[in-house]
Design a binder for this molecule. Structure first.
Ligand SMILES: Cc1ncc(COP(=O)(O)O)c(C=O)c1O
Length: 345
């Protein structure tokens, strides 16, 4: 698509803008409203350390913890201020042509376009399964999400590996991978030199406001990504949060949470389907892609009732009748179902 026909405002649209304070929030995919108590306490215990610069030793310890968690080496870990920082670094790889697989999270495309990198959109049709042939041969960078926001499609790890070509780097945005029990299709532990995996602590740990994530990849690529970065890129509390959530106990907690979420998702799919809403399935992420007869109207009706859902027409390949909803507990889903029913869907 020619650069002058790309709507940058649409690419920058995210669920947080759809949810106003006080609304029942199905628009943002963060789990819960705040980090768990133990994590808050751990961060609070470090508040007095804000008076000093974060040390290289602390960052190294966090990198070691992340490396152990993913069965990698510490120099295969680059700590980030959120996955969003990782997307902003991608232009440093100086790709000749970047292919972004859609429908998917739009920040990587925006970051690449804003840096002047030529971008080819690979727009998958329902059921949104990966098709290696659809990726242009000339693409030396391919970016995709797994599980994919907003379709909730979980691509098999081997389907992603099938995109590998000499001279090509593949970036897998696994911001939601820890919401899938056992992380079966994650490439986080794969040491292949052309695979870069991006992880986020935002969603599962309700840490959107702290900005924490990391890249996993070959040291040579990580060095290129980090080149030119400001000194002290992460603060003390960010490093502490990354360290804390990489512990075996935290990983086990995330996995239990993922199991609960999967049960909630199954129940939610059944209830929405019974209402006559089309839910894209199978779904493996902590959100569902819906298709209804008049998405715009339903979204407004729900907003009038104090319920925020994510418009999905800002995702390339989707239209105004697509909406995305986070998987939530039974009480919240009761309210959503009642509100959809009152709209006469
Ligand atoms: C698929 C996906 N990747 C990455 C991000 C950004 O994550 P972070 O908060 O770590 O920057 C989001 C945020 O909505 C997302 O949906």
């Amino acid at each position: 698509m020619p650069e002058d026909r790309v709507d940058h405002a649409k690419l920058r649209h995210h669920g947080d803008v759809d949810a106003r304070p006080g609304m029942l929030d199905f628009a943002v995919n963060v789990q819960g409203v705040a980090p768990p108590e133990w994590l808050r306490q751990r961060l609070a215990a470090r508040l007095s350390d804000l008076g000093r610069y974060p040390s290289a030793e602390e960052a190294d310890a966090a990198r070691r913890a992340v490396a152990t968690r993913h069965r990698r080496l510490p120099d295969e870990v680059l700590l980030l201020a959120g996955a969003a920082e990782g997307f902003a670094m991608l232009p440093r790889l100086a790709p000749r042509l970047a292919a972004v697989v859609h429908p998917s999270f739009t920040e990587p495309e925006l970051a690449l376009r804003e840096a002047g990198v030529p971008v080819a959109r690979v727009v998958l049709e329902p059921p949104y399964l990966l098709d290696p042939v659809a990726v242009p041969d000339g693409a030396d960078l391919v970016v995709l999400g797994n599980p994919t926001n907003p379709t909730s499609v979980l691509h098999p790890a081997d389907a992603i590996r099938a995109l590998r070509r000499p001279g090509r780097t593949i970036v897998v945005d696994e911001a939601f991978a820890d919401a899938v029990p056992g992380e079966p299709e994650s490439l986080a532990a794969d040491p292949a030199p052309d695979l870069l995996v991006l992880r986020s602590l935002t969603k599962t740990w309700a840490l959107a406001g702290l900005r924490c994530g990391y890249f996993l990849g070959a040291p040579a690529i990580l060095a290129r990504l980090a080149h030119g970065r400001a000194h002290w890129p992460l603060g003390t509390l960010q490093v502490e949060a990354i360290m804390a959530t990489a512990s075996p106990a935290a990983v086990a907690e995330a996995d239990r949470h993922a199991e609960t979420l999967a049960l909630g998702r199954t129940a939610m799919i059944e209830r929405l389907t019974r209402l006559g809403v089309h839910v894209h399935a199978p779904a493996d992420g902590p959100f569902l892609l819906l298709r209804v007869a008049d998405g715009e109207l339903l979204r407004k009706h729900l907003a009038d009732q104090g319920i925020a859902v994510r418009r999905a027409d800002t995702f390339p390949g989707l239209g105004p009748d697509h909406l995305r909803v986070a998987v939530r507990g039974a009480d919240e889903v009761d309210r959503l179902v009642a509100a959809i029913r009152s709209a006469g869907v």
